[in-house]
Design a protein around this ligand. Structure first.
Ligand code: GLP
Length: 246
């Protein structure tokens, strides 16, 4: 896994966006794997700016990593809503080419259908990934099998707590989700993980310097032939050798 450490969060996010821009420029009908979360917001801001500068997404197909079970696409905290608001509605992408797992239908069937649709477009050209504070990727919590595919999962209590900030105080935070599996993610041609802030520094250290182990799902990315981690100095602060490639 190649490490790139940037001075600021903004620079790291811009570098992640630049990876996507490069792929779409070289291959206008690219298949993009997309991610959500606070970390990704400036990435979509930069992609919208690239569109303003002339980059077209009209032939691109996208697959998001995950979605909460129980939230309809119109729910303000659903990942479909996040994607529409921050990216899809602001560029020239064809909504029919955007895929986010359906959280409001029978979850096991929705997961199997998602994996089958994705298999028709394989491989994803570049997959964006955030990092959970407990080392999760997508919603693959610690212990997720390396062989896992898109499926319905229970969220770790730390994940439910971390995501509570996005929901109203009187609202129930979803406890289950549909996520691409580890094996699904590992099929992508290139992986670009973005992690910023001190809050992620322990998970970053475990991902890079701990054992490759299902207990830290992100560590498995080190077995991918073309994976890079884009970090800011705060997220990289606990690494012994931030200048080294893991
Ligand atoms: C959620 C998402 C992950 C994301 C993580 C980090 O759990 N399912 O894909 O990486 O949040 O989110 P944030 O960027 O808000 O810290």
């Amino acid at each position: 896994m190649r490490l790139c450490v940037f001075e600021t969060e903004k620079e790291a996010a811009n570098a992640a966006a630049a990876e996507i821009v490069r792929v779409v420029r070289n291959k206008p009908d690219a298949v993009l794997g997309l991610a959500t979360g606070g970390t990704m917001e400036p990435v979509y801001e930069a992609l919208v700016a690239a569109h303003g500068d002339g980059l077209s997404f009209s032939r691109v197909t996208t697959f998001n990593l995950d979605e909460y079970v129980g939230l309809p696409p119109t729910h303000p905290q659903s990942y479909r809503h996040y994607m529409s608001k921050l990216f899809f509605s602001r560029v020239d992408i064809d909504p029919a080419n955007t895929h986010v797992p359906r959280g409001d239908t029978a979850p096991d069937r929705a997961a199997a259908e998602y994996e089958a649709t994705l298999a028709r477009f394989d491989p994803i050209d570049v997959q964006l990934l955030g990092l959970g504070g407990n080392g999760h990727i997508g919603f693959n919590e610690p212990g997720s099998p390396v062989t896992s595919r898109t499926r319905c999962v229970n969220l770790a209590s730390s994940t439910i707590e971390a995501n509570r900030r996005f929901f109203d105080a009187n609202e129930q935070v979803p406890e289950t989700a549909i996520t691409m599996g580890i094996a699904t993610i590992m099929r992508a041609r290139r992986l670009v993980l973005l992690a910023v802030g001190e809050r992620k520094s322990s998970a970053v250290k475990a991902m890079i310097e701990g054992p490759v182990d299902e207990a830290v799902p992100a560590s498995i990315l080190r077995d991918h032939p073309d994976a890079r981690a884009l970090l800011d100095t705060a997220a990289a602060a606990k690494l012994n050798h931030p200048e080294h490639t893991a």
